[in-house]
Design a protein around this ligand. Structure first.
Ligand code: IFM
Length: 457
């Protein structure tokens, strides 16, 4: 079952198999070489925000174990590594002086990948906003978008010659709605007005970032990573179907619309537009510059029903029960067909460029026993979702790669270290890395693929 060689045979020769991480989740070394705090350092040090008050001070100590971790990636036989760059290492106060030592670290990372024949997929922003910018309003302030543009330009001027692809943002849904409306992520706000400001200024920052990247390196493959939601109505009834359409606009349309059509969705604008910040002339053109690729992070479907409460705020939905019985250890429903539904729907609604699955994976918390980790359910999850990806390729969708989330167990944001997504186990006491059953299987898949029909890049 799930023979990696058979699965490998279903992918075209130039498909990219990779692994992914993010800076705050693995690097640690929070105070080393000039790094200053991010909003996540502050948030995780506040009681009640992160499970067990865990923080990113040490994490996987990746900053100090770079070479060992690059060897680990190489040992998995994958052809690409997706990582993020920590803004608080590069411009520690958000604006102001550039920290050369921070840039040096990513120089070593990128050079280490190149030396090992691994493609470098960098993400410029994976949620670690320099804390100093919070004093000016963080993402709710327009000037943060311009600070981000300078940061993007600084990074690309230094690393752009050796990157294979760059993403401006990872999952703005999280840094907007989860952070400013639902209060789960830093800075922990629960305020629609703040969230609407964060939304537009994040979209603007994306566009300004694209312009900065292109000005420095016009040939660099530039994209955006979105955790688009596969939205399913709780019933066939009219009210639930309408609720699902509103949810689509709220969770997906407010990012896809501006970027790929140059507009916010109408339903959203008529419900909440008056509370948005001023959209200045040229903003939508800046946001909607063509991209070379986009990334989808997919884990689980979103099921919604109509919220009958009087005065319920747009999108006026409540969660509907899961359909599949299987859940991962974090409680997320496992339902691979939703990945296919999502890609088909998004491609029908928008003119999208080539797509990478930039994250997919599962949370299972089994530990090491006799030197091994038997995480069969994660292996099955990845195999099943790769199967759907292969189906999509057969149907003609431009799926170009797949990155397993994650290379290794790491700081799972508000869940701290208790939730594990790695295909490599991390013992946080000793920092010992143990490749799990899923990691060995993924290496076999990548190996079978490479030895089979992989074209030279
Ligand atoms: O760990 C996160 C990652 O940072 C962003 N995408 C989802 C993952 C699992 O929650």
């Amino acid at each position: 079952m799930n023979d990696p060689r058979i699965l490998a045979g279903r992918f075209p020769g130039d498909f990219v198999f990779g692994v992914a991480t993010a800076a705050f989740q693995i690097e640690g070394a929070a105070k080393m070489d000039g790094r200053k705090p991010s909003i996540w350092d502050a948030f995780s040090n506040m009681p009640g925000r992160v499970y067990g008050r865990h923080n990113g001070d040490v994490a996987c100590d990746h900053y100090n174990r770079l070479e060992e971790d690059l060897d680990l990636i190489q040992s998995l036989g994958v052809s690409a590594y997706r990582f993020s760059i920590a803004w608080p290492r590069i411009i520690p106060e958000g604006t102001g002086p550039v920290n050369e030592k921070g840039l040096d670290f990513y120089d070593r990372l990128v050079d280490g990948l190149k030396a090992r024949g691994i493609k470098a997929f960098a993400t410029l922003y994976h949620w670690d906003l320099p804390l100093m910018l919070a004093g000016d309003g963080g993402w709710t302030a327009r000037q943060t978008a311009y600070a981000y543009q300078r940061y993007a330009k600084t990074v690309i001027a230094r690393l752009g010659d050796r990157l294979d692809a760059v993403a401006t943002f990872n999952e703005p849904w999280c840094s907007v709605w989860l952070s400013h409306l639902y209060g789960i992520h830093a800075p922990g706000e629960c305020n629609m007005d703040a969230a609407l400001h964060a939304l537009h200024f994040t979209n603007l920052a994306h566009g300004l970032g694209v312009a900065a990247i292109r000005a420095e390196r016009p040939q660099l493959a530039t994209g955006l990573v979105l955790n688009a939601h596969s939205i399913h109505a709780g019933s066939d009834g009219e009210a639930d179907q309408a609720a699902a359409a509103r949810a689509f606009d709220f969770h997906n349309g407010v990012f896809f619309g501006p970027v790929f059509k140059g507009d916010y969705p109408e339903s959203f604008l008529s419900a909440l537009g008056a509370r948005m910040p001023a959209i200045e002339p040229g903003d939508m053109e800046t946001i909607s510059q063509p991209l070379d690729w986009w990334g989808l992070n997919y884990y689980t479907p979103m099921r919604v029903s109509h919220d009958p409460a009087e005065g319920a705020e747009f999108p006026a939905t409540v969660p509907a029960p899961p359909v599949a019985e299987i859940r991962t250890d974090i409680g997320w429903e496992v339902f691979a067909p939703a990945l296919g539904d999502l890609i088909r729907k998004l491609n029908a609604d928008y003119a999208l460029p080539a797509c990478y699955i930039t994250e997919n994976g599962a949370c299972y918390n089994m530990g090491v026993e006799n030197g091994a980790v038997d995480d069969r359910p994660r292996l099955d999850y990845i195999a099943e979702h790769l199967g759907v990806t292969a189906d999509l390729i057969r149907e003609g969708y431009p799926m170009r790669g797949y990155f397993a989330w994650s290379l290794m167990d790491n700081f799972e944001w508000a869940e701290g270290y208790r939730m594990r997504f790695g295909i490599v186990h991390v013992d946080y006491e000793t920092q010992l890395r143990t490749i799990k059953k899923s990691g060995k299987w993924y290496a076999e898949l990548a190996g079978a693929f490479r030895k089979g029909r992989h074209r030279a890049a």
